[in-house]
Design a binder for this molecule. Structure first.
Ligand SMILES: Nc1ncnc2c1ncn2[C@@H]1O[C@H](COP(=O)(O)OP(=O)(O)OP(=O)(O)O)[C@@H](O)[C@H]1O
Ligand SMILES: [Mg+2]
Length: 295
């Protein structure tokens, strides 16, 4: 397993800098402020820049995730949402910036580093194997063994326990082939798989995009339960109803810059739509000159 990398090799955070700086107000200050409850952020990204060749995609991005919270990552097509999560997941190396995990500075130089920290990503295509059952999918590539054989009982039990912990009731048998599941059930299995690995950060890229009303409801309930069981969840979504239903915080990207990082309760649908489309809304968002220079 990934016994190298950030968990063991991470550089300890500067002891002089308390994890919670006690900044009085966090409104509109990306990455800043003391969260409700005062927990150390699980993940704190500061000043991240990423270019592909000559194309500067992410500009000085600050992004903070806290335990037990759902953070919606919103932005127009091409704003940089997927690029940001791929940097967090170790798929893209970053050009500059710092990543702190639970208060310690780390480097994430590959997906194994991210997984070792407890960062799991559910990509839109789900990457489930149709010809395998739910247990086999949840343990794919990380099978438990007993001697030289697979420990089916232990894996089956862990799969059941994870689904029960997340109150998933729509899946009848964990030995059902994934090919026979509905879109919502598949999404549920993919999310439960991410929750299985003592993951601390679960990133979901458009989990409800292909789902109907009832299935969306189930997935949003699951997203909430993931946060309520202590995970920090990132929800990428273009659907404002989903965002306003489950998110605790909203981070809006506009052309690769963080336009706002706000508590959901502090903004309206209309403001978030403006942040997405124009980079600012009233007092909130990028300075007019910054928003305009990208046009
Ligand atoms: N591998 C790559 N090489 C070159 N450019 C890339 C690469 N990946 C992304 N980009 C560019 O980076 C920008 C941000 O893309 P990204 O996929 O992060 O956007 P997004 O916010 O996820 O959009 P969407 O909502 O459409 O999924 C786009 O201009 C895209 O063309
Ligand atoms: Mg994307």
């Amino acid at each position: 397993m990934a016994d190298h990398g950030p968990v063991d090799g991470g550089i300890p955070a500067d002891d002089d800098i308390p994890a919670e700086s006690g900044t009085p107000a966090e409104r509109g200050t990306p990455g800043g402020g003391t969260p409700p409850g005062g927990e150390t952020p699980v993940l704190r990204i500061t000043g991240l820049n990423k270019s592909f060749g000559a194309v500067h995609v992410l500009h000085d991005v600050d992004f903070t995730l806290r335990p037990g919270q759902v953070t919606a990552l919103v932005g127009d097509n091409g704003a940089g949402k997927s690029t940001l999560i791929k940097c967090i997941a170790g798929i893209h190396p970053i050009d500059s910036g710092t990543i702190e995990f639970e208060g310690r500075q780390v480097s994430i130089s590959g997906p194994r580093d991210a997984a070792a920290l407890g960062i799991e990503v559910v990509y839109q295509d789900l990457a489930l194997a149709d010809n395998l059952d739910i247990v086999q999918n949840m343990f794919l590539g990380r099978e438990r063994t007993k001697g030289v054989v697979l420990d089916e009982d232990s894996m089956e039990q862990a799969a059941r326990e994870t689904l029960a912990r997340l109150s998933v009731r729509t899946v009848k048998s964990v030995r059902q082939q994934v090919a026979s599941l509905s879109g919502g059930q598949r999404q549920t299995v993919a999310i439960a798989k991410a929750a299985l690995w003592e993951s601390k950060v679960v990133i979901l890229d458009e989990p409800t995009a292909a789902l109907g009303v009832a299935q969306t409801r189930q997935v949003l309930d699951l997203v909430r339960r993931l946060a309520d069981t202590g995970h920090s969840v990132v929800l990428i979504s273009h659907n404002m109803n989903d965002v306003f239903e489950v998110a605790d915080r909203i981070t809006a990207l506009y052309l690769g810059r963080v336009a706002a990082d706000v508590a959901r309760a502090e903004v309206t649908h209309g403001q978030v739509v403006e942040l997405i489309t124009a980079g600012r809304s009233g007092e909130l968002g990028l300075a007019p000159v910054t928003a305009a220079e990208n046009l």
